[in-house]
Design a protein around this ligand. Structure first.
Ligand SMILES: Cc1cc2nc3c(=O)[nH]c(=O)nc-3n(C[C@H](O)[C@H](O)[C@H](O)COP(=O)(O)OP(=O)(O)OC[C@H]3O[C@@H](n4cnc5c(N)ncnc54)[C@H](O)[C@@H]3O)c2cc1C
Length: 381
């Protein structure tokens, strides 16, 4: 199915699909969302074409994931329901290091299943002492005669407890080395010594801690070369960060739509709310800022798909789209009055769902540092 047809199908079917599970508990919602995504064929877009992913029609090379495709899908899925959005992207984010650094046999074993939604992926970088600053990762992988032993803890890991495997960033230099070096590992969830502890965040999102208590791994679990871990981790973020901005646009688009419906259908003081100039000014600003965010996403996605590093373009898109979406969802709550904060209202859900996007995959402040660095290094303006 083409990307356009897939998005059309999501538009037609998502509301009914979500209604069937959105009142269930969080882990049921997550599993049902993934089942729905794989039945649609959406998960196939999270894996390179070479490894069993969807035929991307030349949007990006066969050995990588198309950012334009991920962005279009996330924009639509976030419009429909945040759980669909997160379950889609985690398949890509969690498996991309395997696609880039896994052996041919590991790729063959895992990635077609990820593309089919049969194996759940997770991406484990963050630790209690290492959030924005990944070079402070302390999880240690030590060499043994026939592989590695992994010891340490990760936190804020999406799909913790649900995943079949984790792509894990660990330190492979001695703890007291002057210049630390890091590597990525493929870690099956069933490994002896791995345990997870779940917690809740403000919107439904499967998440928790992952602990590695001396997990023995074979040599083949090393992704890429020893010492390449930060490159693999940052390369994954670089490829998927634009799609966070696209998801923000999807949440914002839905909030704006809900706002418009409400302002046109509810009357106060004898006229529709939408007849008030103050509220029209608000709608105009929301619409304009959303369009600007969409253009930044289009620019960043095209650059990355065309093989450019586009670090500043991606950072601008993520910063602006996620901050704008938070603001738009906040305005939509205001437009709905009391209904905007009533549990069960779509706008109330959007307000909670959108918030984490300004934090994960690089906070807004980190995006500003990237943009400022690029700006200061430029000779032309
Ligand atoms: C819903 C959700 C899902 C997540 N999923 C995953 C996942 O699947 N895998 C994973 O590995 N991680 C995940 N994370 C973790 C996420 O990537 C981190 O929360 C994020 O990188 C920020 O790290 P931190 O929370 O430790 O904040 P910190 O790095 O401690 O930052 C705290 C505050 O200080 C600011 N700050 C930090 N450094 C600077 C600086 N130099 N200049 C200015 N301001 C600064 C930050 O912007 C922030 O506002 C998830 C987080 C959330 C909320």
């Amino acid at each position: 199915m083409s990307l356009e047809d897939l998005i059309e199908r999501i538009r037609r079917e998502a509301a009914d699909q979500c209604a069937a599970w959105s009142a269930a508990d969080e882990s049921t919602q997550a599993r049902e969302a993934l089942k729905t995504l794989s039945a649609w064929g959406a998960t196939a877009w999270t894996v390179p074409m070479r490894d069993g992913g969807a035929d991307n029609g030349g949007l990006s090379p066969a050995d990588t994931v198309s950012v334009r495709a991920m962005a279009s899908l996330r924009d639509e899925l976030a419009y429909q329901h945040g759980m669909l959005d997160v379950m889609l992207v985690m398949q890509g984010l969690g498996s991309f290091a395997v696609a880039c650094g896994g052996s041919a046999s590991l790729r063959e074993e895992l990635l077609p299943d990820v593309a089919a939604g049969k194996r759940v992926a997770a991406f484990a970088l963050t630790e209690e002492g290492a959030g924005s600053s990944l070079s402070e990762v302390a999880t240690q992988a030590e060499r043994t005669a026939d592989g590695w032993v992994l010891t340490g803890s990760k936190t804020f890991i999406s799909n913790a407890g649900l995943a079949d495997f984790y792509s894990v960033l660990a330190r492979t230099s001695p703890a007291d080395a002057e210049r630390p070096s890091f590597s990525m590992f493929y870690v099956p969830a069933a490994s002896s010594g791995l345990r997870t502890v779940n917690f809740e965040v403000m919107a439904p999102h499967p998440i928790g801690e992952v602990h590695f208590d001396g997990v023995a791994l074979p040599e083949s679990s090393l992704l890429g070369k020893e010492g390449q871990g930060l490159d693999l981790a940052l390369g994954t973020l670089a490829r998927f960060r634009t799609s966070v901005a696209a998801a923000a646009n999807g949440f914002a688009r839905r909030a704006l739509w809900e706002s418009k419906q409400h302002l046109q259908s509810r009357s106060q003081f004898g006229k529709p709310l939408a007849a008030n100039q103050g509220l029209r000014f608000d709608l105009a600003e929301m619409d304009t800022r959303l369009r600007a965010a969409q253009l930044l996403v289009e620019e960043a996605a095209a650059c990355v798909d065309n093989g450019e590093a586009a670090v500043a373009e991606v950072a601008r898109a993520k910063l602006f789209a996620t901050e704008t979406a938070s603001w738009i969802c906040d305005r939509a709550v205001q437009h709905l009055g009391g209904l905007g904060v009533k549990r069960g209202n779509i706008v109330e859900r959007l307000y909670r769902e959108v918030r984490a996007l300004r934090i994960y995959e690089g906070t807004s402040e980190i995006q500003k540092l990237i943009i400022a660095k690029d700006f200061l290094a430029r000779d032309e303006f």
